[in-house]
Design a protein around this ligand. Sequence first.
Ligand SMILES: Cc1cc2nc3c(=O)[nH]c(=O)nc-3n(C[C@H](O)[C@H](O)[C@H](O)COP(=O)(O)O)c2cc1C
Length: 421
Amino acid sequence: MRALDWQRKIYLNGFAGITPAIPPDFSQLEQAASRRLSPEAVAYIMGGAGHEQTIHANRKGFDRWKLVPRMLRNVENPDLSVELFGQKLATPIVLAPIGVLEMAHPDADLAVAKAATQLRIPFIFSNQASVSMEECSAVMGDHLRWFQLYWSRSRELVASFVHRAEACGCGAIVLTLDTTMLGWRTRDLALGYLPFLHGKGLAQYTSDPVFQQLLDDFIKQSPATTRPSITSTTLQHLLGAIRRYPRGSFIDKLRSGRAIGAVSLFSSIYTNPTITWDDLSFLRQQTRLPIVLKGIVHPDDARKAIDYGMDGLIVSNHGGRQVDGTISTIEALPGVVDAVKGRLPVLLDSGIRGGADVVKALALGARAVCLGRPYVYGLALGGQAGVETVLQHVLADLELTLCLSGHKSVAELAPDSLRAA
Ligand SMILES: Cc1cc2nc3c(=O)[nH]c(=O)nc-3n(C[C@H](O)[C@H](O)[C@H](O)COP(=O)(O)O)c2cc1C
């Protein structure tokens, strides 16, 4: 729906006494979601690394840039479309990969996949999704989706994920580089809570034939690890993990140790701090899909990505969840854009909260942005409909900010649309 229609709908509803259930303002959205979520989900979704300085920097970074609106330019019905990897996107927004969405809502990734399809926004399936890529693809028809990959300790598993992504119609592989181990996430640590240990966010693994094979071997080799000693709390958590494991009856899962084994195996292979640039050639050999590196903030790394034959970059600091005290992504963007000199598209995430943020990122050279936490809050508050409402709010805000600052298309955005504060 175009911005003015969405805006009119909200005001007409208000005239009838109905105000939006999903707040258009990000702070209110976040507060409403935090009231709905469990303490563990609040910590996992809203929290960041260390003192959370990077989360704050991501927002402050946008404040350093100001729009300078231009007048009398006929800005009716602007063109929001952009081109990425030979595909035309209706808008410059993509949904960032977010793991463990079942913590926000039981419909999890499926609700987001449906909302993305409705709103014609591409969805990046997370490696840590709660619903497998095949199930999500099945509800998306031929709508655009990509797959985000973590490089695990098993190259066979890496290859299997990539081949499955190709088979279920993903249009690109997004390799996340900033999570070769988990950051020091103080809120999660304070609760001693990691969702994966409870069997959450493992759907891409439990649905994978290579992972199942690895699990057979793992159970044979290490029965002790798969049958931990039982206290009342571990029993409660183990039962939860067993319930969540998708295959077999409860009794079979309990007897075979498969559900608990899957969690243990996952923990031992999920990240791989040994990877280097040279490993990228393995990924390149596995697929002809575009490969997008997520987590690039240094211009030299951007140049290296070109040398290693990569197809795109996402300037990201993982929403401040990995390294405390880093450069904000909007600060990093101009250096990266300058380094690649148009040879590959650059996207940006971390801190996108509204239309002005998107406009600023595009003006500084991003081809598109990835939206993260805001859509998770919409999911928490209203499932698929909640995600759709958040996306409508952001798209309307983007369209109005673009027009009212004097642009008839996102292609017109350039650094001179902005002034540094
Ligand atoms: C709860 C949560 C889970 C995430 N899971 C993943 C993931 O599985 N893979 C990934 O590449 N990035 C993941 N991210 C990072 C996002 O893709 C994105 O970089 C980040 O959300 C951007 O920051 P913002 O949401 O504050 O704008 C996650 C972020 C959050 C908040």
